[in-house]
Design a binder for this molecule. Structure first.
Ligand code: ADE
Ligand code: ZN
Length: 339
């Protein structure tokens, strides 16, 4: 019963890397279409490689997989495949990260990457009724100068890109490295988010808040190591985009039963559930909800709260948020009448 409830409840996804939705089947199709040589010759061989001992071992494979993406059509196909999956799972709104430097470093233009993704997002709104926003992430293992260069290229896309994010290898790459480029981004009118406290210490979450002035923290699960930080996140209701299956796959927690998501919710933080890189971590948003509910014994009210938080924490405008939450509340009423 609760699984059906999870499947049907309207929800938003706020932490999804479009390159992380590349399923092995599409990876192999694109490798052949674009004549890119991969070391894998079957879907099973690709899946076999998905054993990670931490963030870096995943990123190595993830950047390798992204090399099959060359043309605008490839970015369109990738994004469209995700949107179809999202529609099946009653995802009503999605905010998608894309990593431009992964592609520009291979000689693929900003234009090719963005146009393919943006075109699919438009179709997603028209044909599937899924609203969306786009977030450009800087790779933190690269230099702030490289990030600034990408930011300049993003200026003509100001209307299509809502926010700037920060991802890739967290250890030894503190948010402080990107203070200036984030300041320029904010002055240009971009909102900001950053991965922090996934593998890195609570200090990186403080830096993301105080130096990058982020609107949300991506992951943030290590905040529990700092009581003052938890208090601050609660008071300001700074949203955390938590990714439970990702955290287990990347050994942030030994198992879902040991995940701190329920504790974060109980403490009154604005927590959301997300899939991060679903093709690599064994589940899309619905599977993240279902497996987390089962491991932590979440009740209907908690599932509702997580779905409501996903809209509240989104970058939809005020009226759109109200409309989505009204739709959610109507769903709840109908569900209660039936059961
Ligand atoms: N890029 C894609 N997934 C990521 C993650 N979980 N952490 C940091 N960078 C990423
Ligand atoms: Zn992520």
């Amino acid at each position: 019963m609760i699984n059906q409830f999870i499947e049907k409840i309207p929800k938003a996804e706020l932490h999804i890397h479009i390159e992380g939705t590349l399923e092995p089947e599409l990876m192999l199709i694109l490798a052949e279409r674009n004549q890119v040589k991969l070391t894998f010759d079957s879907v099973e061989a690709v899946r076999q490689a998905y054993q990670f001992d931490g963030l870096q071992s995943f990123l190595d494979l993830y950047y390798l997989g992204s090399q099959v993406l060359l043309k605008e059509q490839d970015f369109y196909d990738l994004t469209w495949a995700y949107l179809e999956k999202a529609a099946e799972q009653n995802i009503r709104h999605t905010e998608i990260f894309f990593d431009l430097q992964t592609h520009t470093e291979r000689g693929i233009s900003f234009e090719v990457v963005s146009s393919g993704i943006i075109q699919a997002l438009r179709e997603g709104q028209k044909k599937l009724g899924i609203s969306s926003r786009l977030i450009l992430c800087f790779l933190r293992h690269l230099s702030p100068e490289s990030a600034m260069e990408i930011l300049k290229q993003a200026i003509p896309y100001r209307d299509q890109i809502i926010a700037i994010g920060l991802d890739s290898s967290e250890k030894d790459h503190p948010p402080s490295k990107f203070q200036e480029v984030f300041q320029v981004a904010r002055n240009l009118g971009f909102l900001t988010v950053a991965h922090a406290g996934e593998e890195g210490p609570p200090e990186y979450i403080w830096q993301a808040i105080n130096l990058l002035k982020v609107n949300r923290i991506d992951h943030g699960v290590r905040c529990l190591e700092d009581r003052e930080l938890v208090q601050y996140l609660k008071e300001k209701q700074i949203p955390l985009t938590v990714c439970p299956l990702s955290n287990v796959k990347l050994k942030v927690f030994p198992s879902l039963k040991q995940h701190n998501l329920k504790k974060l919710l109980d403490l009154g933080l604005c927590v959301t559930i997300n899939s991060d890189d679903p093709a690599y971590f064994g589940g899309y948003l619905q599977e993240n909800f279902i497996e987390t509910q089962s491991a932590l014994n979440l009740n209907l009210q908690e599932i509702y709260q997580l779905a409501k938080n996903s809209f509240l924490a989104s970058f939809l405008d005020h009226q759109e948020k109200q409309d989505r939450i009204q739709e959610l509340d109507q769903f709840m009423e109908q569900f209660r009448e039936k059961s």
